[in-house]
Design a protein around this ligand. Sequence first.
Ligand code: FMN
Length: 381
Amino acid sequence: MNLRDCHNFHDFRRLAERRLPGPIFNYIDGAADDEVTYRRNTKAFEDCDLVPNVLRGVEQVDLSVEVMGQKLALPVYCSPTALQRLFHHQGERAVAAAAAKYGTMFGVSSLGTVSLEELRKAHDTPQVYQFYFHRDRGLNRAMMQRAKDAGVQVMMLTVDSITGGNRERDLRTGFSIPFRLTLAGMLQFAIKPRWGLEYITHERFKLPQLDEHIDMSGGALSIGRYFTEMLDPSMNWDDVAEMVRSWNGQFCLKGIVSADDARRAAEIGCTGIVISNHGGRQLDGSRASFDQLAEIVDAVGDRIDVLMDGGVQRGSHVLKALSVGAKAVGLGRYYLYPLAAAGQAGVERALGMMRTEIERDMKLMGCTSVSQLSRDNLRFR
Ligand SMILES: Cc1cc2nc3c(=O)[nH]c(=O)nc-3n(C[C@H](O)[C@H](O)[C@H](O)COP(=O)(O)O)c2cc1C
């Protein structure tokens, strides 16, 4: 099986599983506890049906949207994810280049493995910088200033990860940064020598968003300890309101699930929110993003941009979310498996497939622009 045999999300997932050592594949593929939310994220789309209109003259379709002041050629963007150079040696460079090719937004994680400055210089398409709230307020200010200096357009504060999720697949394999593999985990690396060869023959692994501020050298601080010791579980709305004021630009909260929180985000001056449960990786049993979308759009959709992510595998999923009222939809594992499978060529193929599916489905729905999609096009079961 190779790239040409990949025609959908599931094909890419299978190819990624073949290429990656088990502990790394399971870090991407896994979620929290019993992975109920993870499964429900995608299932939720099946409880809603599209109702197409025909004979509407749909030769040309415009897929562009505007979110948080950014013009995107596609209504999907690459949501920020950690550690991409572990999945493929090209890492964030591949994802950013593919997103730029398709004219869409790319999220840089504060646990990213390529610096936000390098990525900002390499492409002029919109870039979001995702960060966490640290106990050290000086560190928070320094990280925001650094993003401002780099020319980042949108700040994205992740609010669903004040402590790490219970990822049992990682406990079993011993996956952590730095690696602390179990014997079974080590054996799984041994049977994928090609990954190991690529890993050691490319630039040394680092976390440039953090390295400048926190000593993580030589494994001084693991990512697990970063979450438990450096992040601030006492973070509250006043703290975030102060951040929003000091950023004084496009600012969104990622990881909103309740309509009340969405209202508070609007009140403190956020310009967007992402309805997200972190791909089911944090609070298992949390409601699926798509299930919460209508309620939140009704609560704040006229004041701020409502985005969503979680479980999106098809163009038709994107159409359903847009029809309910999402301004754009974030992709996570949808581009991570292609990255692992084939680097930039993989991500480009996946985004190309997504564009083709959205365009085809828009035509079949009888819509020539995203603004024509509405709840009239949907029925919930
Ligand atoms: C391997 C992996 C790493 C992630 N790293 C981050 C991160 O560093 N920061 C963040 O806010 N979200 C992170 N996420 C969550 C994604 O941004 C996104 O919310 C989620 O993947 C969407 O669900 P999906 O994978 O089903 O599309 C990560 C997700 C995965 C799968």
